[in-house]
Design a protein around this ligand. Structure first.
Ligand SMILES: C[S@@+](CC[C@H](N)C(=O)[O-])C[C@H]1O[C@@H](n2cnc3c(N)ncnc32)[C@H](O)[C@@H]1O
Length: 459
């Protein structure tokens, strides 16, 4: 008994994962924020990593695990028993998706359930997980369990119904492969700082420390690592040789292509990957204003600027302000280039943030679209005639992408769209799917996040 108590009290990874999942599912907190909470993080790296694997895994497969959990339970659990529900979800996830031996999963899950201090919880969790094993349920073969068509689709593709419907409408030929891509683990991709060294030289340094990677075919500064690793292991990270950024996001600097002497506005800049890339690519700007409404997120931009050796650049201004209200921050001098990387549904980065599938609501999309259009309207007068605005999202929903740009173009006779795939020097080869006035990268294409780019030129 004493030994089992000791073991029971000593499973920091599962405790942490369960607590974080309760915060996401019960309070709508983001998974990253819930796991980042330092006060509660396990002391050992291995426990932190396992907690993360478990919590991300449950959120990735949540719609599937919920259907299966409900089908296995005799009676549905009450809302106030979310803690026990989370133990069931964690247990099923481990049985289905990990190599943890099933007997260890059941044992650890029962102990975790006991720590909820609900006397019935251990027995219930034991019964559900053993039923899964005993009846030999298989995910590929649950059709005979009396599930509805929608439930079967949720088991197979693990997306909420509303999102499945939207993706199916928007991408009738791609929606299934898109969902599958959303459920795969993303690569870790970095951006080599061209001011410090060439990509080939960094590849060499990477091999020297025994790590592998490949040059991205589309984004000229991008390297995809064979395995994700802590940034501290990347050659020259502290000296600013590289930053972590998906290849799709790295196309922004090439598409905006500011020239020496240009004044540039990065209207929604934090945490700052694109701002830094713009500065790395074009050292001779007359000015760059990086705005964000969120001062806390701007601190991360400041840290990156310092690490990359860009913080002292002449003409660089970092400001916490509402881009939609230029009267509160604009100096009245128009810009040659504007990057508008709007807040969006983030449906293109579900593979990195699987909690998005749970936290987003259909209603959000309408509100986001309205604010995207407002930002465009507010910033268009700040662009010089002959200037270019790059509109981007990490969304794969047409409403936030082509939908917003089409509406904007209808209202503005002085705005013309340019096909981003035709911009010389962006990447030298065709890319993306034509979607309204811009180009869509669907998640997983050339290992990239889902992204949308639209270029507007002002007459
Ligand atoms: C997609 S993120 C930007 C990512 C950033 N461009 C990068 O590459 O690292 C959108 C940003 O818009 C900011 N934002 C939202 N509403 C805003 C507003 N009205 N004015 C300025 N920034 C805003 C959010 O705080 C968020 O940091």
């Amino acid at each position: 008994l004493a030994e089992s108590r000791l073991r029971a009290a000593n499973d920091p990874a599962r405790d942490r994962a369960a607590a974080a999942l309760c915060e996401v599912l019960g309070r709508g907190r983001s998974l990253t924020a819930a796991l980042d909470d330092r006060k509660q993080a396990p002391a050992r790296d291995a426990d932190r990593a396992f907690a993360q694997e478990l919590a991300y895994g449950v959120m990735r497969w949540l719609p599937r695990l919920e259907v299966l959990g409900d089908a296995l339970l005799q009676r549905p659990l009450r809302t106030r028993d979310l803690d026990v529900r989370v133990v069931v979800l964690l247990g099923l996830f481990q049985l289905i998706e990990t190599r943890v031996p099933p007997h260890a999963v059941v044992h650890a899950s029962v102990e975790l359930a006991r720590r909820t201090r609900k006397p019935w919880a251990g027995g219930l969790v034991n019964a559900v997980l053993r039923r899964w094993q005993r009846e030999n349920w298989r995910v590929d073969d649950v059709a005979a369990r009396g599930l509805s068509e929608d439930e079967l689709l949720r088991v197979r593709l693990a997306h909420p119904d509303w999102l499945l419907r939207r993706l199916r409408e928007d991408w009738p030929e791609h929606w299934e492969s898109l969902c599958e891509a959303n459920n795969r683990r993303p690569p870790m991709t970095v951006r080599v700082n061209g001011l410090k060294l060439e990509r080939a030289a960094w590849m060499h340094a990477l091999r020297e420390v025994g790590l592998g990677g490949v040059e991205h075919p589309l984004a000229r500064d991008a390297v995809m690592l064979e395995q994700p690793c802590a940034v501290g292991r990347l050659p020259g990270f502290e000296q600013g040789w590289v930053s972590v950024q998906d290849a799709a996001g790295q196309l922004a600097a090439a598409l905006l292509a500011p020239e020496p002497g240009h004044r540039v506005l990065d209207a929604c800049a934090a945490p700052g990957s694109k701002t830094c890339h713009l500065l790395e690519r074009q050292p001779a700007l007359a000015g760059l204003t990086a705005l964000d409404a969120d001062a806390t997120r701007l601190q991360r931009l400041q840290e990156s600027l310092t690490r990359l050796g860009l913080a002292e650049r002449d003409g660089l201004q970092v400001r916490a302000a509402d881009a939609g209200r230029p009267e509160t921050w604009w100096d009245g001098r128009p810009y040659d280039r504007i990057l508008l990387d709007v807040p969006c549904s983030a449906t293109g980065v579900i593979r990195r943030h699987p909690d998005i599938k749970h936290l987003r609501r259909p209603d959000d999309i309408r509100q986001l679209t309205a604010s995207q259009l407002n930002l465009l309207e507010a910033l268009w007068p700040l662009l010089l005639p002959g200037g270019i605005l790059l509109y981007s999202t990490c969304s794969v929903l047409r409403q936030e992408n082509g939908g917003v740009l089409e509406e904007f173009l209808r209202r503005h006779a002085d705005a013309r769209s340019i096909d981003p795939a035709r911009v010389a020097g962006a990447c030298g080869q065709p890319w993306g799917l034509r979607a309204g006035p811009g180009r869509q990268i669907l998640t997983g294409t050339l290992e990239m996040d889902g992204f949308y780019y639209g270029l507007l030129a002002k007459d």
